[in-house]
Write a protein that binds this ligand. Structure first.
Ligand SMILES: Nc1ncnc2c1ncn2[C@@H]1O[C@H](COP(=O)(O)OP(=O)(O)OP(=O)(O)O)[C@@H](O)[C@H]1O
Ligand SMILES: [Mg+2]
Length: 599
């Protein structure tokens, strides 16, 4: 039997559309708060009852909706935010689909109360009604949503407990509140206030909000950055590598104020941390990317969590390089004991984001200005501090008294249990884990040496044929030079076959086929890949670990001082190759507190 075709009733159409954006109370809150932000609100109050399932209300002091537009706001495809196809090309608001309110109204009991600044009184409309009635409300808008999914039992079944649903609401509002420091936010659940955040224009106020929302440990263990180049800007806070997490739960990324979860972004950040994080650990960050709205497509997914960058490669590169540099600059002289946020790495906007040497992107030079020694025999040289040398003959605490400059990690006092070097600097006591510190120094030197000399390539006795898709084969062809630079020689011999002829000598015995496949899939997705470099670095790290000074080795004071100077001069020296800290500091104040000593 042929089924007849018929148009669906509009209520059902709305309910189907609601399925895309309204999954649970938290998704309603997201839509309503985004509307408030689009309306230029400077304060947003959220009230929730029973996890939001019973009642949610979002109230703002934004521009409001005129009486004659109220019914329209609740009808499908009605929006004040875009009008033409061109508008879709450069969306500057959070919403633009004109679907959120009608969708929510179709699966709940919704009331909209609003007043424009010019109006004498507010007007109210209930979902499904045509004519507004007068109401009392200050300029701004309140949207109340009761009994979510009361008419969609299938959806209601998927709701979790009130407690869980509220946790989602809370988490979401925290994320939204991080997007806009210039807006005050508050949240109440069952009459109890969870938080009330004041507007914060200054960095201190912003960090206070960060501490309230994410915990003070994050603020204490993160670096602040602010960098712009090539029409892009990246600001925010990145956690120190030693503040890594077992879950990717402290990762917040905003593109033009929009909360996104983006694969490209995640990948770029991961890559920047690659060298300084323990395997399987996740970095913590709150980052804001500003980009010309025409360069980013937000019309990818109804919930707008994903975005597409027109110049994805440029964006990836910009994020990676910016963070990589911030992390490389992490040295004793740059910030307190790795705790106080470092001064912003402000930069001029004129430099190309893609210019290769990262140093040129306009970052602050190390305050120490010491270059890391680039010796071809770096591996050997890395042990140089173990022999008394000129570098070892450093000023001593006595020299300090004579008014000489004290280096950030100070001067060595002695060795503790053959594991730690104790040193004195201006602020107090410095403790250095000998092995961890030396390991990082050796590793950075190995990398430098490799860079200076080029990576040695070793021909395979039997070239390895790898079957790939035609697309991958093309990709390999176009990146042949890039791979050869890293010691991987690959030729395409037919439509779907690549042949590996030589590999980096350091990777002898590695699973070459797997490496090539991973490399190609990353190249396809992000336009670049760090797989090969990562694999090489892993080998270097192992070499560094075995080549580094072991515990229980007696060092002379000169050797210790030389080690301290090397730590100061080495990139990423705040942590060893496994992400463990290499040094710590106890200030005199902290010591005084330890001994209950007033000053
Ligand atoms: N809090 C508010 N203050 C002022 N106007 C509002 C508010 N909430 C909604 N509106 C108006 O109602 C319209 C419809 O809102 P709705 O959320 O349904 O669509 P949208 O925000 O335009 O697009 P999207 O579906 O992508 O969210 C908006 O375009 C806006 O003009
Ligand atoms: Mg909206």
């Amino acid at each position: 039997m042929t089924r007849r075709i018929h148009a669906l009733p509009s209520q059902l159409v709305d309910q189907i559309a609601a399925g895309e954006v309204v999954e649970r109370p938290a998704s309603v809150i997201k839509e309503l708060v985004e509307n408030s932000l689009d309306a230029g609100a400077s304060r947003v109050e959220v009230e929730v009852e029973r996890g939001g399932i019973k009642r949610m209300r979002v109230r703002d002091d934004g521009t409001g909706i005129a009486r004659e537009d109220l019914a329209l706001a609740l009808s499908r495809h009605a929006t004040s935010k875009i009008a033409t196809l061109e508008d879709l090309d450069g969306i500057a608001t959070l919403g633009f689909r004109g679907e959120a309110l009608p969708s929510i109204a179709s699966v709940s009991r919704l009331t909209l109360v609003s007043r424009t600044p010019e109006a004498e009184n507010a007007w109210r409309i209930d979902g499904g009604e045509e004519t507004p009635s007068p109401a009392a409300h200050p300029p701004g808008t309140s949207v109340e949503v009761r009994d979510l999914f009361y008419n969609v039992p299938a959806r209601r079944k998927f709701l979790k407990t009130e407690k869980t649903e509220f946790r989602h609401v809370e988490q979401l509002l925290r994320r939204l509140a991080l997007a806009r420091f210039d807006v005050a936010f508050s949240l109440r659940h069952n009459g109890r206030e969870l938080f009330a955040l004041r507007r914060a224009e200054e960095r201190r106020g912003r960090e206070a909000r960060l501490a309230t929302l994410l915990g003070s440990a994050f603020v204490e263990n993160s670096l602040h950055l602010d960098h712009a180049a090539a029409g892009l800007s990246l600001r925010g806070w990145v956690g120190l590598p030693t503040f890594s997490r077992s879950q990717p739960d402290l990762q917040h990324f905003y593109v033009n104020g929009r909360l996104v979860r983006d694969k490209l972004v995640t990948h770029a950040v991961r890559q920047a941390y690659q060298d300084v994080l323990y395997h399987g650990r996740h970095p913590a960050y709150v980052l804001y990317l500003e980009i010309d709205p025409r360069q980013v497509d937000v019309n990818v997914h109804p919930t707008k969590h994903e975005v597409r960058f027109r110049e994805s490669r440029l964006v990836h590169d910009f994020i990676f390089r910016t963070l990589h540099q911030v992390l490389a600059d992490l040295r004793p002289g740059e910030q307190g004991a790795g705790r106080e946020p470092a001064a912003a790495v402000a930069a001029p906007g004129a430099v190309e984001a893609t210019s290769p040497p990262v140093r040129e992107v306009g970052f602050r030079q190390s305050s120490l200005g010491l270059p890391v020694r680039e010796s071809p025999a770096a591996y050997e040289a890395s042990f140089a501090w173990q022999q008394p040398s000129d570098r070892g003959r450093m000023p001593t605490p006595a020299a300090e008294a004579a008014g000489e400059e004290v280096p950030p990690l100070g001067f060595a006092l002695g060795q503790l249990h053959g594991v730690y070097v104790l040193a004195q600097n201006r602020e107090g006591l410095v403790l250095v884990d000998m092995h961890a510190a030396h390991e990082r120094i050796t590793y950075e030197r190995l990398k430098q040496a490799l860079q200076a000399q080029g990576i040695r390539s070793q021909p395979l006795l039997v070239p390895l044929a790898v079957k790939v898709s035609p697309g991958e084969a093309e990709l390999a062809e176009s990146h042949q030079a890039f791979m050869a630079e890293l010691g991987l020689e690959v030729d395409r011999i037919d439509r779907e076959t690549l042949v590996v002829r030589a590999i980096p000598a350091l990777l002898e015995g590695a699973d070459v086929e797997q490496l090539l496949r991973d490399l190609l899939s990353e190249l396809a997705e992000y336009g670049e890949s760090s797989r090969l470099r990562a694999a090489i670095n892993e080998v270097l790290a192992t070499m560094a670990c075995h080549g580094s000074v072991r515990a229980n080795r007696r060092l002379t004071l000169e050797e210790m001082n030389a080690l301290l100077r090397d730590v100061e001069a080495t990139e990423r020296s705040g942590q060893c190759n496994h992400g463990r800290p290499t040094w710590a500091r106890l200030t005199l104040e902290e010591l005084d507190r330890l001994f209950l000593r007033g000053r």
